[in-house]
Design a protein around this ligand. Structure first.
Ligand code: ZN
Length: 314
């Protein structure tokens, strides 16, 4: 069977990355569209796929890794729509619908974080594993859990950035989360770091940088401990701008070993390859779109052998 031709969209706050291909290193066409008002932005993205299809042939499916929050319950009237978002004009917008309607292909959609989690599992730092965590630490903190090969969605997608973590001794910063103040993201996201230190983290030097990294590693390890004890991941993959700070990973590993305190005493938790940097970089989201597209294509394919009560017809 030939590789499917898939469309992928990473819809972010500043741009839509749209591409056609089958893998991160098998990309036939790509475009970037600045995220403006919803109508024109989605129309330009649809037009890119229509033009590519007209030039090179049909697609099997499209996958969207989108900023959230998103309604992802199958069968829900608002499936594929954004919920209330601070992004002007985008609250309630149907992100998936225009692609399904105009291009007449199956459309898979999930959050950008969950998409990146799936991309890292298929082609990146969690390749070959079925239960792992992908965490992005940038302006905020977001996490996706892949458990037994499936990314976790229930009533809503996971919101790991809003975990509660114990405050480090001496830290008087009130926290930057508009909802919770000093949740995980409110204490350890890039925005929190900037507010705590009065300068963007990448501008810190010397003792201030060392102290910022020590605190960051402490907070990240505290949140990771909660996630390790609740989801039993085989690996934790961390991406995002803050994660790119030189020297941060050894500090996180040391803090994690300290906070796990020998319980349950798995040597794997202390291994170098347990907490690792993301590998796909800027391609994680688009790669996630490809995985979501492949899943949508599979789900739409007629099942070869379905028992009398096993119909999965949509
Ligand atoms: Zn919060």
């Amino acid at each position: 069977m030939s590789a499917p031709r898939l469309g992928s969209i990473e819809s972010g706050g500043s741009k839509f990355v749209c591409l056609v291909g089958s893998a991160p290193d098998q990309i036939e066409a790509e475009t970037r569209i600045p995220t403006g008002r919803p109508g024109p932005t989605l129309a330009r993205a649809v037009a890119f796929f229509q033009e590519t299809v007209a030039r090179t042939g049909r697609l099997d499916a499209i996958g969207i890794a989108s900023f959230g929050p998103l309604e992802l319950r199958r069968g829900h009237a608002k499936f594929g729509h954004l919920a209330a978002t601070p992004k002007p004009g985008w609250s309630g917008v149907d992100v998936a619908g225009p692609f399904a309607d105009e291009l007449r292909v199956p459309v898979g959609i999930n959050t950008d974080v969950n998409g990146a989690a799936l991309g890292e599992g298929r082609w990146g730092a969690a390749r070959g594993l079925d239960t792992y965590i992908y965490l992005t630490v940038g302006t905020g903190i977001g996490g996706g859990a892949v458990i037994n090969g499936n990314v976790v969605n229930g009533l809503i997608h996971t919101e790991m950035g809003h975990l509660t973590v114990p405050r480090l001794a001496g830290d008087t910063f009130p926290g930057s989360c508009p909802f919770h103040g000093d949740c995980w993201e409110g204490l350890a996201g890039g925005e929190a770091m900037s507010a705590r230190w009065g300068a963007p983290a990448e501008e810190l030097t010397g003792d201030a940088l060392r102290e910022a990294l020590r605190m960051e590693a402490g907070y990240l390890a505290a949140g990771l401990r909660n996630i390790i004890y609740t989801t039993a991941p085989q690996r934790i993959v961390i991406g995002g701008g803050v994660a790119a700070f030189p020297g941060l990973f050894p500090l996180i590993r040391a803090e994690l070993t300290s906070t796990l305190a020998g319980y349950p005493g798995l040597p794997e938790h202390a291994a170098e390859d347990f907490v690792v940097p993301a590998r796909l970089g800027r391609l994680a989201g688009p790669a996630g779109g490809l995985v979501l597209a492949a899943g949508a294509a599979d789900a739409a394919r007629p099942s070869p052998d379905v028992g009398p009560s096993g119909g999965a017809d949509a």
